[in-house]
Ligand binder design. Structure first.
Ligand code: FAD
Ligand code: SF4
Length: 282
């Protein structure tokens, strides 16, 4: 395998695709390569060319979670989401760009089962072990999106700039379909460069986990209030970050037998999050 160290964003983008994959902190990609779940002939090391700084509402995609969690310019929901993610070691290596593109933690997928998301016929989790899986959008794949940070950014109304376009962070994600099983809309030769994160009047991120530290979200709830607008976005409940119009929308969830408990956890966290940002219960 070749390691390329481009000297500009343009050079990095031109090298991507056709078996070449971007490498930032490597905390996600290296284990996937090791386990044969990702393949690359060339790794394009983007850390020296992707912006990294934090300047008011602009956040470079190369900023690490450790840098974000302590920066007072960063809205509270995003700081809290970063500080509750992974471990200190992983946060000091892991970039926000890489975090948004992490793959599912579904153990069938991670163990290389020929499941629906891997291109097979069947979702093994639905009939098998699925206590950490989805309560929304779980028709074809019941995986639970693992990124705390994505939920916080979408609740904050963040946008992103890539080498090809500008888009709301919410539009980075899509539910997989029979025709296209990807869960993101990023092209293989597209790099995330920068995030634009508006400052809300109040925001928070709450996370239910199996352990107090170093654990993925069973349910994560990001809430942000700006003027009359309140946004609620959940992690760990659907194959992609899941936006709720209101707490009552939890009544429309479609839990599996082993994930019904998540509905009640989400209800409690949404109530607490709305109280925390001074928003009326909805
Ligand atoms: C044990 C463990 C626990 C974790 N716990 C949590 C948790 O609780 N909550 C949570 O939210 N996350 C968690 N994570 C995920 C962690 O935060 C991510 O692994 C990390 O942020 C990824 O960043 P990276 O720079 O290392 O990405 P890399 O591993 O370098 O890359 C990840 C992916 O993003 C792509 N990529 C990277 N940068 C760019 C870019 N600028 N443009 C386009 N593509 C890019 C790569 O090609 C690759 O596909 C955990 C990870 C591990 C290993
Ligand atoms: S939840 Fe998704 S990733 Fe997991 S077994 Fe089912 S199809 Fe595969």
């Amino acid at each position: 395998m070749e390691l390329l160290r481009p000297s500009s964003v343009e050079e990095a983008a031109a090298a991507l695709g056709n078996g070449s994959v971007a490498l930032a902190g490597g905390t996600e990609l290296v284990p996937l390569l090791r386990d044969g779940l990702a393949r690359a002939d060339t790794l394009v090391h983007v850390s020296d060319v992707v912006p990294r700084g934090i300047d008011a509402r602009k956040i470079g995609a190369g900023a690490t979670l450790a840098e974000l969690e302590v920066d007072p310019q960063v809205p509270q929901a995003l700081r809290e989401a970063c500080s509750l993610a992974a471990s200190p070691q992983l946060r000091s290596m892991g970039s926000i760009g890489g975090n948004l593109l992490q793959a599912t933690r579904c153990w069938y997928w991670r163990l290389g089962f020929d499941c629906w998301l891997h291109g097979g016929e069947k979702c093994f989790a639905k009939d098998g072990a699925h206590r950490e899986h989805a309560i929304f959008g779980n028709d074809l794949c019941a995986s639970a999106h693992p990124s705390d940070i994505a939920a916080a950014l979408i609740a904050l109304g963040a946008k992103m700039r890539t080498t090809k376009r500008e888009l709301p962070v919410a539009e980075l994600y899509r539910l997989p379909t029979a025709d296209d099983r990807n869960v993101t809309t990023l092209a293989p030769d597209e790099l995330i460069l920068e995030l634009d994160v508006p400052a809300p009047e109040a925001s928070t991120y709450l996370k239910a986990m199996d352990r107090r530290k170093w654990s993925f979200a069973l349910v994560g709830v990001a809430a942000a209030r700006s003027a009359a607008e309140v946004r609620i976005v959940l992690a760990g409940v659907a194959p992609i970050p899941w936006t709720l119009d209101s707490a009552a929308a939890l009544d429309d969830s479609t839990p599996l037998p082993g994930t019904a408990y998540k509905v009640e956890v989400a209800r409690a966290l949404v109530r607490r999050a709305l109280e925390g940002i001074g928003a009326p219960a909805r």
